[in-house]
Design a protein around this ligand. Structure first.
Ligand code: BGP
Length: 469
């Protein structure tokens, strides 16, 4: 096997990190809009509203809202076949529970999709990428509440209908599995645990609602346009047992269970033994409506989109739940944010996912967050990024050519520098295109091509054959 002729090469972004214009043209607040900027090792503060005098990075992003033409023209120069973006949910439904959508918000995406199609670039759209309307969190308790399913499906119906001839590839919830992995699943599910609340119950209940919502969206989407391809989106944390001690391999299995929890339901259509075992491990319960089993069964996804940045190690540290992760892998280097650099881990991830689900895969996030220096002459020699991407694309190629894994496309993360989700920083850059903006939000927002720009252009032009640099 080789990369298919129509392999989808491109780049990926998310509205909350890219668009800005957080209150323009009737947009409501999303959960990202009340998150302050921070830095490596310092968690981002989450507010209950926008307080003057604070820096909230999403408010301006890097202003795609006003600069989409310039940016898309640059993507076209690189030869992008596709572009991953998200629709900012509260731009369409400012509170989230309205009957009527915000026409001005819809018009913005009309313009963006038209601009992409002008260059033959296929939009790949995430429906919910950390942009749950804040009002739904405050009024309804977010995904704890079953009502969110209807609000989400109504939003999906609106955008599916409006863009049925502009968008073919959709994905429902970005990194849905992080709902179970995070201390506070704020980004994924709009949830901060309340005092006295049973966290396991909340996570299982919210996850159930999100997975039912996703399945309903799949069914509805196929109804509106049978050509739609609707995927789930997972963060894939490639994990190695710390040693060949069998207990460490068991620790690896335990570490992966929360991730397969979502994959199994969304791809296979039911709570598998991995899921029920994981529910028991967490010690939580949740309620289901009678119709849910059938919806989950029928609304399985068409493909699996996933993000891959690094690998981890799991070590067995006592009975069952006691897995210790976070160890450094002596065989791998790390980036400035301490993430292991592991291209072979991508090939292994592709194999593990394909072996388990036999569904087409789409690598929708991968890349190196690094500090880029602009030289006096204005050039940016991001050699480290090129080396990272070349090695990862080579691993992807091996998965396709040697392991016969079915892959639809590859969109590297942050193809233009955008706000980091983890820290709100700008200096953690992923792009082929530099944006003049710093961690305090200052800068001209001017765009500049980095050295990787021409390199990626060559990769795309050769359909992944020429990775040389
Ligand atoms: C993923 C998110 C993205 C993106 C990426 C990089 O988890 O889906 O939104 O931001 O991680 O993370 P960061 O921005 O913290 O470097």
């Amino acid at each position: 096997m080789k990369f298919k002729e129509n392999f989808l090469w491109g780049g990926a972004t998310a509205a909350n990190q890219y668009e800005g214009a957080y209150d323009a043209d009737g947009k409501g607040l999303s959960i990202a809009d009340v998150e302050k900027g921070a830095r490596h090792g310092v968690p981002r503060e989450i507010h209950d509203q926008v307080y003057p005098g604070n820096y909230y990075p999403s408010h301006e992003g890097v202003d795609f809202y006003h600069r989409y033409k310039e940016d898309i023209a640059l993507f076209a120069q690189m030869g992008f076949k596709c572009f991953r973006m998200s629709i900012n949910w509260p731009r369409i439904f400012p509170r989230g529970d309205e009957e009527q959508p915000n026409e001005a918000g819809l018009k913005f995406y009309d313009r963006v999709f038209a601009e992409l199609h002008k260059y033959g670039i296929e939009p790949i759209v995430t429906l919910s990428h950390y942009e749950t309307p804040l009002y739904l969190v405050q009024r309804y308790g977010s995904w704890r509440n079953r009502k969110l399913i209807d609000f989400f499906v109504h939003y999906c119906r609106t955008v599916f209908t409006r863009y049925k001839d502009q968008v073919r590839y959709w994905m429902t919830f970005n990194e849905i599995n992080e709902t179970m992995n995070q201390k506070q699943p704020w980004h994924q599910a709009g949830i901060l645990f309340e005092e006295g609340e049973n966290k396991a119950d909340v996570v299982l209940q919210a996850s159930h609602h999100m997975m039912v919502a996703s399945a309903k969206a799949v069914l509805l989407g196929h109804d509106i346009n049978p050509d739609f391809k609707i995927g789930c989106m997972l963060q894939y944390p490639m994990t190695y047992g710390a040693t060949c001690r069998p207990e460490d391999q068991l620790a690896k299995k335990y570490h992966m269970m929360p991730n397969f929890y979502y994959g199994d339901v969304m791809c296979r259509g039911y709570y598998t033994n991995t899921c029920t075992a994981q529910q028991r491990r967490l010690g939580g319960t949740f309620t289901q409506d009678e119709e849910d089993a059938l919806i989950l069964k029928k609304g399985t996804v068409d493909y699996i989109a996933f993000s891959y940045y690094f690998s981890s190690i799991a070590r067995y540290a006592g009975p069952q739940d006691n897995i210790c992760t976070g160890e450094k892998n002596p065989y791998l280097e790390r980036n400035d944010w301490d993430w292991h650099i592991d291209p072979l881990g991508l090939r292994l991830s592709l194999n593990e996912l394909y072996d388990r689900y036999q569904l087409p895969l789409f690598v929708v996030e991968n890349g190196l967050g690094a500090i880029d220096a602009v030289r006096e002459d204005g050039t940016i020699e991001d050699n480290q990024r090129i080396a990272f991407l070349a090695a990862h694309i080579k691993a992807l190629k091996d998965a396709v050519e040697l392991d016969d894994v079915d892959v639809i496309g590859y969109t590297s993360w942050g193809c233009i520098d955008i706000i980091s989700v983890g820290t709100g920083e700008m200096r953690k850059r992923y792009g082929y295109i530099y944006v003049d903006k710093d961690d305090e939000g200052k800068g001209t927002l001017e765009r500049k091509k980095k050295k990787s720009f021409d390199w990626y252009k060559k990769v795309i032009a050769s359909n992944g054959e020429d990775l040389s640099y």
